[in-house]
Write a protein that binds this ligand. Structure first.
Ligand SMILES: *[C@@H]1O[C@H](CO)[C@@H](O)[C@H](O)[C@H]1NC(C)=O
Ligand SMILES: *[C@@H]1O[C@H](CO)[C@@H](O)[C@H](O)[C@H]1NC(C)=O
Length: 688
């Protein structure tokens, strides 16, 4: 699958940006951490760019060629390692900044504030100048090392004769639709609504023709609904001409116009050379005609293209012509039609979903067989979550399965492990997914750390993205990162990846959920990097996959229900419904790469000093640990920490050393009843 590629693609664009900003920072801060930085960075940039342009081709070929897949995996590993090293580098720059500030403050006030020191191996912080130099030297060596690895990977690409391409989307097969209906279930009410709109004589606001957008996720049945209405007898009688155009991508207004003209009996070939003449001919041919036009699967967001086509479909007399536009993107619907005409297609009701499934699955069965298999069948239908496409696909899958055993097997498998689902159901989602930019893809994929059905708080989600470095890097001010996060979130909302919104009184989205099917789909895309483990009591240890980066732990009382060796690369650990009571020092020390640590809602009473070595940490949630009384002073070492949550705990004071956490933007200490005052040093923080 495309997983390695998607992540490599997004990573590389992030890395390139980071490399650029590092060079700038070096100049601004007048620091020189690594010898010959400029040369190394230039070399790195060069290699990454060389690789970037062949990624799209690599994606297609990795499916068939194992060596290409290996190459991509290596690339992703190096990219990930590089990200960690660059983060070390940035951290070092931050520390220099802190030192400078402290020195200045010290000169001004001559305070005798004692510096907090954490002397554990790997913490370079307190080793004095010599230690620091050694540490920086280490970074330099790692960079050189990775540069060599990358150069090898860049060289290896030549063995594959990759094509240089820019866009991945063109390669994905888009199914062409026609006006032929292959399904008649499930959309009775929606069909009536649409037909009523089509038959209404007067168009609001004198629009002619009237545009009716149908919006919904891939697989939700937009095309089917349009087909049902298109072929309805009343509709057939109402419109003199009916034209079905499968648009897909790219939106070619000329081609669409040609199709329309051809369907209206015009001779397309004789006039194709002169555009004006052509459009004039189109306009003439629709004059006074009451037509229905379906533009199926529109992705185009370029208003000019649409405006151009619309202009030439305009009719002087309001004869009641209609245009149906189906699309997955709300932006498209908004651009093309009046919002009140839009039909938002939701999932099927349980009963409708069942009849759709049963109609196909039991097509060749006798009554006994039906009765026998119905209970299992109903459970299988639950997995469809109201998606007609999945109900149809699974119905087709069960059609030739006759034994209870076979049905049970399908029921007990994860939906995304069924090949047939991968091919047919995820295909439309995949199209929607590929249409996102690499950065937004990465953000969406990250949402799989939440267990199914979780309520996702938008603000928190954006901070999580920020903590993972998905919203741009160091140089950015937090405000702009949050703005970027907002725009990514809205983008995902518009494309129906989220649902069940809770809004505030201003109509802004506060919370959302992810559809089960989307969650399945994302799990399928990320199965090597993301994992949700459910500790089922006992001490049995789960062996974590080697490449794992993000871990969600559910239902456990142990902080490490898995073998420790494989935690070293983890960037996220989050617990849900756990009751962890203590954190072992060894475990903490393993989490060297962790960016995001959520230990909220546990029974933790003490946080070991060792957290101070987790220098990459950006998001730390210790809230709702009601026995937690004290935070270690070593927290002050977390110079990258952006968000700290200690609300609903019993802490009495926050460490004075927190004044050094210069990246801290959000401190949540709600309902800490015993917390009397914040440390003075916190006032040094500009943004708290
Ligand atoms: C980049 O680094 C590699 C490995 O260190 C080296 O072989 C290559 O010559 C360098 N290229 C440039 C342009 O400096
Ligand atoms: C952190 O964990 C708590 C408790 O499990 C959960 O409610 C919350 O949504 C989690 N937050 C994140 C950002 O994962």
């Amino acid at each position: 699958m495309a997983e390695a590629l998607i992540l490599a693609e997004a990573l590389i664009s992030v890395l390139l940006e980071q490399l650029a900003s590092i060079t700038i920072q070096q100049v601004q801060q007048q620091v020189k951490l690594v010898v010959d930085v400029k040369k190394e960075v230039a070399n790195l940039t060069h290699n990454f760019q060389a690789i970037e342009v062949v990624l799209k081709d690599a994606e297609e070929r990795q499916v068939k060629e194992a060596t290409v897949k290996l190459w991509l995996d290596d690339l992703k590993d190096v990219s990930n390692e590089m990200e960690d090293v660059l983060d070390d580098w940035n951290t070092e720059i931050l520390r220099l900044q802190i030192e400078k500030q402290e020195k200045e403050a010290g000169n001004a006030l001559d305070t005798t504030k004692k510096k907090v020191c954490l002397c554990i191996p790997t913490a370079s912080f307190c080793y004095g100048q010599v230690g620091r130099v050694i540490f920086r030297h280490g970074i330099a060596i790692k960079i050189k090392d990775l540069n060599e690895k990358l150069a090898t990977i860049a060289r290896r690409r030549q063995d594959f004769n990759f094509q240089y391409t820019k866009s991945a989307t063109e390669h994905i097969e888009r199914q062409k639709t026609t006006s032929f209906v292959d399904q008649t279930f499930g959309r009775v009410d929606e069909k009536e609504l649409l037909v009523r709109k089509l038959l209404s004589e007067s168009n609001p606001k004198g629009q002619s023709p009237l545009v009716i957008p149908i919006v919904g996720m891939g697989g939700i049945g937009k095309t089917t609904l349009s087909q049902l209405a298109y072929n309805d007898k009343r509709v057939q009688e109402n419109f003199k001409d009916r034209i079905w155009v499968c648009v897909s991508d790219p939106f070619d207004e000329l081609n669409i116009a040609k199709t329309i003209l051809a369907r209206l009996g015009g001779n397309v070939n004789s006039i194709s050379s002169d555009l004006d003449a052509f459009f004039e001919c189109l306009q003439k041919s629709i004059e006074g005609k009451k037509f229905l036009l379906v533009l199926d699967d529109v992705w185009n967001q370029d208003y000019m293209k649409w405006a151009n086509l619309k202009l030439h479909l305009q009719q002087k007399d309001a004869v009641g012509s209609k245009i149906i536009v189906t699309t997955r993107k709300e932006e498209v619907a908004r651009m093309m039609g009046a919002p009140d005409n839009t039909i938002n297609l939701k999932v099927l009701s349980d009963e409708n979903c069942w009849s759709l499934f049963a109609g196909i699955a039991f097509a060749n069965s006798n009554q006994d067989e039906c009765r026998n298999l119905e209970p299992i069948g109903r459970d299988i239908v639950n997995k469809c979550k109201g998606f007609p496409l999945i109900a149809k696909t699974l119905g087709g899958l069960m059609l030739c399965k006759k034994t209870k055993r076979e049905w049970q097997d399908v029921l007990s498998s994860k939906i995304w492990e069924l090949d047939i689902v991968e091919q047919q159901v995820f295909q439309p989602l995949l199209l929607n997914f590929y249409d996102l930019t690499p950065m937004i893809k990465r953000c969406l994929l990250y949402c799989v750390i939440f267990p199914k059905d979780s309520i996702i708080n938008k603000e928190v989600l954006i901070k999580l993205w920020m903590s993972q470095g998905f919203l741009g890097s160091v140089g950015n001010k937090e405000k702009t990162m949050i703005d970027i996060g907002e725009s990514y979130f809205n983008n995902l909302v518009m494309r129906s990846f989220f649902q069940n919104f809770k809004k505030d009184k201003f109509g802004d989205i506060k919370q959302c959920q992810m559809h089960d099917i989307v969650h399945d789909f994302l799990q399928f895309l990320t199965k090597n990097e993301y994992l949700i483990v459910e500790g089922k009591g006992g001490e049995a240890r789960v062996k974590l996959p080697n490449k794992l980066r993000h871990l969600t732990i559910m239902f456990t009382i142990y902080p490490s229900p898995f073998s420790i060796d494989h935690c070293q690369r983890l960037r996220t650990i989050t617990t849900f419904n756990c009751a962890i009571s203590s954190l072992s020092r060894e475990w903490i020390l393993q989490l060297k790469c962790v960016r995001t640590l959520n230990l909220s809602h546990n029974l933790i009473s003490e946080v070991p000093d060792e957290v101070g070595v987790l220098v990459h940490l950006r998001y730390l949630d210790l809230s709702e640990n009601k026995w937690l009384q004290k935070l270690p002073d070593s927290l002050g070492n977390l110079v990258n920490l952006q968000t700290l949550r200690v609300g609903f705990t019993d802490v009495e004071k926050l460490p004075e050393a927190m004044g050094k956490m210069i990246s801290l933007q959000h401190l949540d200490a709600k309902n800490c009843k015993r917390l009397k005052k914040l440390p003075d040093s916190l006032c040094n923080l500009v943004n708290s």
